[in-house]
Design a protein around this ligand. Sequence first.
Ligand SMILES: CCCNc1ncnc2c1ncn2[C@@H]1O[C@H](/C=C/CNC(=O)c2cc(-c3ccc(F)cc3)cc(O)c2O)[C@H](C)[C@H]1O
Ligand SMILES: [Mg+2]
Length: 214
Amino acid sequence: LCQTKEQRILDFVLKNAVRGDPQSVIDNIDKYCSQREWSMNVGNEKGIILDNVVKESNPSTILELGTYCGYSAVRICRLLKPGVRFFTVEFNPAYAAVAKQIIEFAGLIDKVQVLEGSTGDIIPQLKKKYEVDTLDFVFVDHWKDKYKPDTQLLEKCNLLRKGSVVLADNVIVPGAPDFLEYVRNCGKYDCTNFPSFLEYMDEKDALEKAVFRG
Ligand SMILES: CCCNc1ncnc2c1ncn2[C@@H]1O[C@H](/C=C/CNC(=O)c2cc(-c3ccc(F)cc3)cc(O)c2O)[C@H](C)[C@H]1O
Ligand SMILES: [Mg+2]
């Protein structure tokens, strides 16, 4: 029996999407969350902007902060060429379990490493334990008050290089004001704002792209 919303989303995907077809997984999550139960997936409007930024960055090493159900992990990885490495960090075991099943159903589990734990613990391990040199692309979508500290931690751990793209969800709703102020004024990033809409709603939201100057 599906006790949690996340389990109900997984169940709907398993029943209605096509195994091995990432687009059908994305479409069915969007269908469930727009018609049945709202959920904090990046959604299709902001998702198309995410797709375009990923495509133009053509990244080889990607990090996502806040996996949740795996919607944006599927969204990003469906665009990646073979041999690319995608790490996604989730500290809630129940969400990590749902995400792994959704990513597996989409046929993308070989490209994805779901790292269970807190970003504060995992980011400092990426170089030595996960053999990461630098990150080409970071998608930030976890607790909004952690965007700024975790971006600074990425810098401190020398994980960003000239041209590394940091793309943040929700810079209007719920908002990440200290992150926005930081990336726009610290002098280390070239920033672009992408106005859009909150997932499954008519409310305005936006993504912020911050390219590290190196
Ligand atoms: C140690 C903590 C940091 N380290 C962490 N380390 C590892 N994993 C972490 C860390 N911090 C958090 N997580 C995980 O990431 C996920 C968290 C995602 C959070 N997302 C939102 O809160 C949001 C809200 C709205 C929204 C908009 C309008 C509304 F009316 C209501 C809600 C919309 C949106 O698009 C949103 O993404 C997941 C649930 C949580 O377990
Ligand atoms: Mg979000």
